[in-house]
Design a protein around this ligand. Sequence first.
Ligand code: ADP
Ligand code: ASP
Ligand code: MG
Length: 412
Amino acid sequence: MPVLVMKFGGTSVATLDRIRRAAKRVGVEVAKGYDVIVIVSAMSGKTNELVGWVGETSPMYDAREYDAVVSSGENVTAGLMALTLQEMDVPARSWQGWQVPVMTTSAHASARIEDIPPANIMAKFADGMKVAVVAGFQGVSPEGRITTLGRGGSDTTAVAFAAAFKAERCDIYTDVDGVYTTDPRVESKARKLDKISFEEMLELASLGAKVLQTRSVELAMRYKVKLRVLSSFEEQSDDAGTLVCDEEEIMESNVVAGVAFSRDEAKMTLVSVADRPGIAAAIFTALSEGGVNVDMIVQNIAEEGRTDMTWSCPVDQVKHADVAMKKAAADGVINYDELIADEGVAKVSVVGIGMRSHTGVAAKMFQVLSNEGINIKVITTSEIKISVLIDRKYMELAVQALHDAFGLDKAA
Ligand code: ADP
Ligand code: ASP
Ligand code: MG
């Protein structure tokens, strides 16, 4: 039997009614002759609540226990989905990550999937089971402990299963009907894309478009998984939603494919560090060991042998950065005057493979922001994206102005 992977995100399993609606969708695919692997997220809001409880209990928590708590939301929906399917006379069974097993690294809270041996689930399919419902977002480490894959990780579970089981397709059911030119919640003129290239989707995801977890797009690209994003709230035809595919499969596209943003960023500046070889290595090694995900980096002009080093990171890592720098100073690895944190910034990015062959995108982006009176604090570029750090209060305005200026509401 051909295998199909169907993933239902948090809003799609938020209530028993919605689980029933999702189960009906699964039933339709079973009736077509597929063996279906359903990946479920926790009910929407559940994971946030669990994360909150962990933080309240233990501010500098043990990541192994974080995973023990935070992975539990998916266990509930997996069991409920299996029961719902059974009520519909569809032979179904639920699986937690460790039961499959979904084997991961031991990097708790951001583990990577290493292997998914298909044998256990395949044996059940051979036995007449039609649907394996798998708790997304979780796995088991070599030490035998429960791990989680980072926020939004059920997308990655889904794509990894599609690769491991050589599924015909991986359908990601969510609360929007596809991938848009930007988050439709921020720009009502955002346009749904019928297709988007892996490269562009990868950039959009890593720059904040949470419709797919970055790692899921990486895996889909590497293992050539046919990946589709579609709505769990509408009746679906076979070509509904957005197909994430190779760029060769897309005939026409805009120079800029989309605008992404990441709201909760911080800009940190380490004031007056020695300007000597090895200083950047010392600072960023200490930050990395302190668990800080540094994004943009700027080294300022040196004066009298001292310089300022600026970086951006998620706002909830400011405290970790502070601890890491204080520790590095106490260890005598660096010395500095002070560490300043601007916790009110956001990152806005434009993405498009057309930038490889078109010049002037950066100039236009900066002009648009300038016209709106928005000050740019840090800039970074790569082959197919330009990102700026700006005051958070202007984020929506910047997204809308850029969406407009690059004509994203209209097809190429
Ligand atoms: P799920 O719970 O189904 O995994 P998520 O909330 O993780 O859903 O992702 C879907 C959300 O992603 C949408 O509701 C939308 O607000 C947001 N989003 C951000 N950028 C985009 C984009 N470019 N296209 C579509 N949705 C986007
Ligand atoms: N429930 C997890 C989260 O909210 C994983 C997911 O939904 O993909 O991050
Ligand atoms: Mg998600």
